[in-house]
Design a protein around this ligand. Sequence first.
Ligand SMILES: NC(=O)c1ccc[n+]([C@@H]2O[C@H](COP(=O)([O-])OP(=O)(O)OC[C@H]3O[C@@H](n4cnc5c(N)ncnc54)[C@H](OP(=O)(O)O)[C@@H]3O)[C@@H](O)[C@H]2O)c1
Length: 340
Amino acid sequence: MSAEAGTPVQTREIHLASRPVGRPAPDNFRLAQAELPELAEGQLLVKNQFMSVDPYMRGRMNDVKSYSAPFRLDAALDGGAVGEVIASRSDAHKVGDVVVHQLGWREHAVVDAAATTPVPGGLAPTSAFLGALGMTGLTAYAGLLKVAEFKEGDVVFVSGAAGAVGSMVGQIAKAMGASRVIGSAGSPEKVARLLELGFDSAFNYNDGPVLGQLQEAAGERGIDVYFDNVGGEHLEAALATLTVGGRVAMCGAIAQYNSTEPPAAPRNMAVAIGKQLTLRGFLVGGQRQHAAEFAEKMAGWLADGTISYDETIVDGLENAPQAFIDLLDGANTGKMLVRL
Ligand SMILES: NC(=O)c1ccc[n+]([C@@H]2O[C@H](COP(=O)([O-])OP(=O)(O)OC[C@H]3O[C@@H](n4cnc5c(N)ncnc54)[C@H](OP(=O)(O)O)[C@@H]3O)[C@@H](O)[C@H]2O)c1
């Protein structure tokens, strides 16, 4: 029995059935029934409304030591989720509150209240707290402003530009006075969307080599900042196009997440010496000190229409594995979410 009358005792969750080799397939996942534990003192029962699927989860499906622990086989996956508190044994939260937490990939979660972030009412739909106002928004904000040390007048290039992080990077750069923002994405529809969002120039990396398209977009001036979501050929092209003293925020390398071979590019790392470039890798988890500043700024930009965000929403927990596979294949524009 659960702690509160009327609350469910069973839930559904997605388990990792086997570790993908290369591109994940539906049979790497399993839909499972699970018993909800009794609430301990300080815990909440949350009915999840949306869960996030994120590229970093692909790395956690491999059995390798990394910055976050690998997912366990035959156990529920986890990740960002937002939902409504339906039972509470914590003074910090009451029934009806909405919280963000890390027990996604399931319809209900028993979480420690201390491990949740409250969602303020009235600001934006709750889904936005997994995207523009959440982890991916903070990644964009901190990566551009704190890691790449963006300055007014910079020319900025961002890859994965139509995705959750990339679309925020480009719009934040414009809002902060970039002289030019260039984005790359994988389809003509995404390129058109980037221009609507205010990017000065955008190209489809499937149309031809990245280097030629980037150099055409950047012109003689080159780029001052590269926000790298992709790695590989994109990073090589950016290194070749950066100006002296240019800066790279190394955020992700999605071009290689499903690869079984080491990447062929970049082959031109040595240009970083002559151009005195700075390449800085970062994790959003190391940028939490900027969360309050980010939340205030982003709320303002969304409220006055400076920034807009896209979401691609898939319905149903049973479709979460396919949503994750489709994210890696580029089916999303903006944040990929599963509505539960
Ligand atoms: N460092 C951190 O703390 C941190 C935090 C969050 C995210 N990230 C990284 O940031 C990047 C973007 O994450 P996100 O959550 O915003 O995902 P996203 O960009 O919304 O979705 C992933 C996108 O990657 C693109 N993609 C897939 N394969 C590609 C390839 N071979 N070459 C170029 N693009 C490819 C697809 O768009 P196209 O149709 O354009 O190909 C897809 O839509 C990822 O690399 C992720 O790992 C890092």
